[in-house]
Design a protein around this ligand. Structure first.
Ligand SMILES: CCCCC/C=C\C/C=C\CCC/C=C/C(=O)SCCNC(=O)CCNC(=O)[C@H](O)C(C)(C)COP(=O)(O)OP(=O)(O)OC[C@H]1O[C@@H](n2cnc3c(N)ncnc32)[C@H](O)[C@@H]1OP(=O)(O)O
Length: 208
């Protein structure tokens, strides 16, 4: 999986404008689409690799965490920075991160909303390899995937899906609950204020 929404951004995460003053007719589709993307990618029976060729905050980091292997180009940033926006990474964002890094690192990263440089991400295991550029990231992805030619496909698939079973099952059984929590959480005035402040910060940074 390699994305390119801009030359330096793998994915900027969720569109904050969908959460800031959310439109009642869109918010349900917005969140259930994200749930479905997570279910499809995290629960994919295929081996998956993220070739991360740009910054990857929050939802961008989540997409890469759905994959079994992450390869990232130098001098970018990655992490679940939700607390910096005054929001909370949902349970399934957290469990995706816990599939990659130890609990202690995840707790520190999630509570502080820390973004990691490529080198820092490698050190804590948030990514698995560094590539020199996008072509190298794709070549390394192909090398990772080619090792499965020697593994029985059913054995590999059942092993992956068993490891991910409880997180996937939770989502399948709690989609509606998760949606309602999201809607009520982002609807709170204090959360809206935080998002407004964060958006102002992004605009101010751009104006410099
Ligand atoms: C009580 C229990 C509760 C349990 C939990 C319940 C509910 C949970 C509730 C909510 C969970 C939501 C989970 C959220 C996930 C997310 O993904 S939030 C989004 C996080 N993303 C970011 O923080 C990225 C911010 N952006 C940047 O850092 C940078 O823009 C960049 C991506 C590194 C790119 O930098 P650069 O190339 O320099 O570009 P600019 O900064 O100049 O930006 C260009 C324009 O793009 C706008 N923009 C950037 N990111 C976003 C975004 N994610 N959404 C909307 N818009 C974005 C930026 O404002 C600029 O816009 P203009 O050109 O000025 O219009």
């Amino acid at each position: 999986m390699s994305q390119q929404s801009s030359p330096t951004v793998f994915s900027a995460g969720l569109d904050i404008m969908e959460m800031y003053k959310p439109k009642p007719d869109r918010v349900k589709e917005f969140w259930t689409t994200l749930q479905d993307v997570w279910l499809a990618l995290y629960g994919s029976s295929f081996p998956t690799v993220a070739a991360i060729n740009g910054h990857s905050p929050a939802g961008g980091c989540l997409l890469s965490l759905c994959c079994e292997y992450r390869i990232m180009c130098p001098n970018y940033s990655i992490g679940l920075n939700e607390t910096k926006l005054g929001i909370v990474a949902p349970k399934w964002f957290m469990s995706s991160m816990l599939g990659a890094i130890p609990y202690r690192e995840a707790e520190l990263a999630l509570t502080s909303g820390r973004m990691f440089s490529t080198d820092e991400a490698l050190k804590i295991g948030l990514i698995d390899e560094v590539a020199s550029d996008k072509a190298d990231a794709i070549a390394k992805s192909e090398k990772f995937l080619s090792q499965f030619a020697k593994i029985h496909p059913i054995a590999r698939k059942l092993t992956k899906l068993n490891l991910r079973h409880s997180a996937l099952e939770w989502m399948q059984e709690n989609k509606e609950l998760d949606l309602n929590i999201f809607i009520s959480f982002v609807g709170q005035p204090i959360v809206q204020k935080s998002l407004e402040k964060y958006l102002e910060g992004l605009k101010a940074k751009q104006a410099k």
